[in-house]
Design a protein. Structure first.
Length: 133
């Protein structure tokens, strides 16, 4: 979500934006029981460095951490922290982007747009008639 602020609100001074998976998302993906206190005491980092990564499917872990719920925080240039109160998930892409081909014929374009495309020549003639009448 902070990326939206970076792209659409360039006048806001920002220092950093961070998205962190929720603890239950991490615990479920790795079959662990980490808490917020573990992070504060450095236990979390120590346990992850000793974790047996050979016993997990890293693709499943990656997918769970990417698409699971995240806490999102934006740090402004003046030192203020702006957090989103609700957990955020990876956006669902409902309509994938389809690039419009420049190679389609005018007839195909007219069929797709229910005949709404007027030919360029016709528009030029129409404009010239309106200007000189």
């Amino acid at each position: 979500m902070c990326l939206v602020f970076l792209l659409y609100y360039p006048r806001i001074e920002r220092f950093a934006s961070v998205s962190v998976p929720k603890y239950d998302t991490i615990n479920k993906a790795l079959c662990t029981n980490f808490t917020k206190d573990d992070l504060k005491q450095g236990i979390f980092r120590d346990q992850l460095s000793k974790y047996n990564w050979n016993r997990v499917n890293t693709h499943k872990v990656e997918r769970a951490l990417r698409y699971g719920l995240h806490d999102t925080h934006c740090y402004l240039g003046n030192g203020e922290k702006n957090s989103i109160k609700a957990p955020i998930s990876y956006p669902k892409i409902e309509d994938p982007y389809e690039e419009i081909s420049n190679c389609e014929s005018k007839e195909t374009q007219m069929e797709k747009n229910d005949g709404q495309i007027l030919k360029y020549d016709f528009l030029c003639i129409l404009i010239s008639l309106l200007l000189f009448v």
